[in-house]
Design a protein around this ligand. Structure first.
Ligand code: CMC
Length: 391
């Protein structure tokens, strides 16, 4: 079996060859299928980006219409799924509910499990994309105890999600283009990020030829963690805590530097970026713009900006090349849109979905072998079994 290379956290291990996303951590650059994230975030929309990630090219008008048409065709979820949601307590964390529902989709769409051809994979992908908007919206409504809405095919993907999630009973629902533009941008910025923890999980589970829905369900669980997607929730909770504590950012930066204190500055640092996360730059500007457009003043944004300034001038953060990441400012936007803190990571999951699917499909199409890392064993040497009476 040869020599085993130990690489904790896979910091220097390439797990696959990919053609989807490129990121340059030193320069702080990110590209989807070769297109710079700044251009995509400015000019494209989430549906088009989903197509780009899945198929490798920007769609022609015909291709986009067909893709949209397919998503609309599957824009419903089996009624029985509502019973599964009903069984959860209202206090259940939306990420746990979302992961369960995504896995449960398998039972209602058995043909999407054992897929082999590209056509079958694309069909499973479109089914999941269509139904996932329901699941994300429904987990949100569950936390509020609101009735579960069905899709509206007169709307595009993001508007449809937005209406399903946010339409209040007995209230006329009006789409605010400022809001849907901000949502499109956020979802685009989260759409893929090469071999991060949740994507590697999706690929790892899928490498056993597990179906797409179950693989993505595992990815949702990985994303939930506060060191990964859960950081967006943790950032707002941190900013609220700092505000309640009197708003002294220097004190909290000192805590983050203290090696005897487990507190870390949430939304700071990244495994690959040793420079500004390009997504954070775009989100910061979008947050500024959105708050101005909606006429909202948010103390959390002030604290975030002070925190960023102090940290970026601090030797500890400079030495370690710790910069704000995608999660640092995204929560400010979600909050301005009235999205509750617990839902932030669900929004991340909705954005990351096309990336997970594209990576799963690429792995299956390329025929990557089953993922199975090795280990360096340091446990007990061979010894004889001791009867329970003698232990
Ligand atoms: N606050 C304080 N110190 C930090 C932080 C932080 N946020 N991040 C890293 N460090 C220190 C860390 O203590 C270590 O110091 P030393 O060399 O003295 O031991 C050094 O910087 C290197 O950190 P690391 O933990 O070895 O780096 P990693 O690549 O294993 O971890 C990370 C990357 C993102 C998990 C980490 O930076 C972190 O915990 N950040 C806070 C959580 C967060 O914002 N996560 C979102 C990541 S981006 C989007 C996503 O994946 O969802």
């Amino acid at each position: 079996t040869g020599l085993i290379t130990l690489d904790l956290g896979y910091k220097n291990t390439g797990a696959t060859v990919s053609e989807i996303t490129y990121l340059d951590g030193d320069q702080g650059e990110l590209y989807y299928r070769g297109y710079p994230i700044e251009q995509i975030a400015e000019k494209s929309n989430f549906t088009e980006v989903m197509y780009l990630l899945l198929h490798g090219e920007l769609p022609t008008e015909d291709q986009l219409n067909t893709f949209n048409g397919n998503i609309k065709k599957y824009n419903f979820v089996a009624e029985e799924m509502k019973k599964i949601i009903d069984a959860f307590p209202r206090s259940a964390h939306p990420m746990g509910v979302l992961s369960t529902l995504t896995s449960a989709l398998t039972a209602f769409n058995p043909k999407s499990v054992n897929v082999q051809s590209k056509e079958e994979m694309d069909l499973a992908a479109e089914l999941l994309i269509a139904k996932f908007a329901h699941l994300a919206a429904w987990t949100y409504r569950k936390t509020l105890g609101l009735p579960l809405n069905h899709g509206d095919n007169s709307l595009d993907y993001v508007e449809n999600f937005y209406k399903m999630a946010f339409r209040l009973p007995n209230e006329e629902f009006v789409i605010n283009p400022v809001v849907t533009a901000a949502l499109n941008k956020l979802l685009i910025l989260h759409a893929d990020h090469e071999q991060n923890c949740s994507t590697s999980t999706v690929r790892m589970v899928g490498s056993a030829h597990t179906g797409l829905f179950a693989s993505v369900s595992a990815g949702i669980s990985a994303l939930w963690g506060p060191l990964h997607g859960g950081a967006n929730q943790a950032v707002i909770e941190m900013l609220e805590l700092i505000e309640k504590d009197g708003g002294d950012v220097n004190k909290w930066v000192a805590k983050a530097k203290d090696k005897n204190d487990s507190f870390r500055l949430m939304g700071f640092g990244h495994r690959v970026y040793k420079n500004f996360d390009p997504r954070a730059k775009i989100i910061k500007k979008a947050a500024d713009d959105l708050l101005a457009a909606l006429g909202i003043e948010d103390k959390a944004l002030d604290i975030a900006m002070q925190l960023e300034k102090v940290a970026l001038e601090d030797e500890y953060f400079i030495e370690r090349k710790l910069y704000p990441n995608v999660d640092f400012y995204s929560g400010i936007i979600y909050r301005a849109l009235g999205i509750p803190t617990e839902m932030f990571t669900v929004m991340f999951a909705l954005g990351r979905l096309p990336g997970w699917i594209a990576q799963w499909k690429e792995m299956r199409m390329t025929g990557d072998p089953i993922g199975r890392p090795r280990q360096v064993y340091q446990g007990a040497q061979k010894r004889d079994y001791i009867d329970i009476a003698n232990r």
